[in-house]
Write a protein that binds this ligand. Structure first.
Ligand code: FES
Length: 116
């Protein structure tokens, strides 16, 4: 296995069901606030065996009202995510597949590429 394949394997791309991108600031929120949510996102996904990929972002181009959590494939944008809210989003959306509607700021799924 080459180093690129090893990276895909390490991230768990095979079998991944969702991808969560979290902006940790510095403009939409204080970086410390974003990192507190990141630690919860990381710990909760690991503890539950959640098959969602997670990525830390430095900016999702909204730059206020964060931390922002964006979940694909549904294209759900959650603003003002707290550590407490993150636990519920992991349980209900990332694991059970039911977006937390009362915290959704936007829903914008992207069109999938055709196979091949
Ligand atoms: S810094 Fe978070 S959206 Fe720009």
């Amino acid at each position: 296995m080459n180093s690129i394949d090893a990276g895909f394997s390490k991230m768990g791309l095979d079998g991944a069901t969702r991808h969560a991108f979290l902006c940790i600031g510095p403009d939409c929120c204080a970086t410390g606030e974003g990192m507190a949510v990141w630690e919860v996102l990381k710990a909760a996904t690991l503890a539950t065996g959640c098959r969602a990929l997670r990525s830390k972002a430095a900016c999702l181009r909204i730059c206020s009202g964060g931390p922002w959590l964006l979940v694909y494939p549904e294209g759900i944008w959650y603003g003002g995510v707290t550590p407490e809210r993150c636990h519920r989003i992991v349980a209900e959306h990332l694991i059970a597949g039911r977006p937390v509607r009362e915290w959704m700021a936007q829903a914008h799924p992207l069109v999938a590429c055709p196979p091949g």
